[in-house]
Write a new protein. Structure first.
Length: 257
């Protein structure tokens, strides 16, 4: 497990984007040999996406032979709603790069059979040869994707009821009106992400500091689902200084060294 500590959000975002860029270039994707990338939504990855768009526009990076799988999507929110994760991904990333829309996979929160939609998503990941690099963010309560506290650490893609903490945190995107915030979502499971060949988790800001402490300094605990990645053979936590505020000085010194 690696912990990469950068000075601030911008540096953490740039480091993560460079890492993704280098992994894709080193893979040498081509027709019939796609690089598969798991992607998150939320505020944290926005800086990383901006940098990736920049690399693409500079001619340094192509997504022509990249397949993406998003972590989650709200249930019951129209696909064209400004806060749906379909809208988020297209507005903040996909429409600015050369990815084939057929290779950008996002769960359908309006599917007539939600469980069948989740099963099909797992099958698509399997057919793509698994995820090469899964990028994720976490909530202040340590959840990854919508695997809320108490989720099984071997869970697969499924329907999940959102915790009140998550609904409250997401209210800012819905004019602060709790009644507008979806209470359910489709999400990849912890086990789905654990199956990826490599996992990179972005954690920035003082409000995520306790979650980072739980993620790396305490034991694996299903109440802090991000802690499961202590057991993954290739996990990188990328964070800024503010996110390390709850860590022991010894831990920070070791990883900085």
């Amino acid at each position: 497990m690696r912990l990469v500590i950068l000075e601030d959000y911008d540096q953490a975002s740039e480091w993560a984007a460079k890492y993704i860029c280098n992994r894709i270039i080193q893979f040498k994707p081509s027709q019939g040999r796609y690089f598969t990338l798991g992607l998150p939504t939320g505020n944290t990855p926005l800086g990383c996406y901006k940098k990736l768009i920049e690399y693409h526009k500079n001619g340094d990076l192509s997504f022509k032979y990249v397949k993406t799988f998003n972590m989650d999507e709200y249930v019951g929110l129209p696909r064209n709603h400004p806060e749906s994760y379909h809208s988020y991904m297209w507005n903040n990333f996909f429409k600015h790069i050369d990815i084939d829309p057929n290779n950008a996979h996002i769960l359908d929160g309006n599917a007539s059979d939600l469980q069948a939609e989740c099963d099909a998503f797992e099958k698509k990941i399997e057919e793509a040869g698994g995820i090469d690099l899964f990028v994720g963010g976490i909530g202040p309560d340590g959840h990854i994707a919508f695997n809320e506290p108490g989720s099984s650490l071997s869970s697969r893609t499924r329907l999940k009821t959102l915790a009140m903490d998550t609904i409250l945190a997401n209210a800012k995107y819905f004019d602060g009106d709790l009644s507008k915030v979806p209470t359910m979502a489709l999400t990849v499971g912890v086990g789905t992400v654990m199956d990826a060949r490599e996992v990179m988790i972005l954690i920035t800001g003082a409000h995520k500091a306790f979650a980072l402490y739980k993620a790396i300094e305490e034991g694996v605990n299903h109440m802090w689902t991000v802690s499961a990645f202590q057991q993954h053979p290739r996990t990188i936590f990328v964070c800024d200084e503010d996110a390390t505020l709850e860590l022991r000085v010894k831990t920070v010194k070791y990883f900085k060294g």
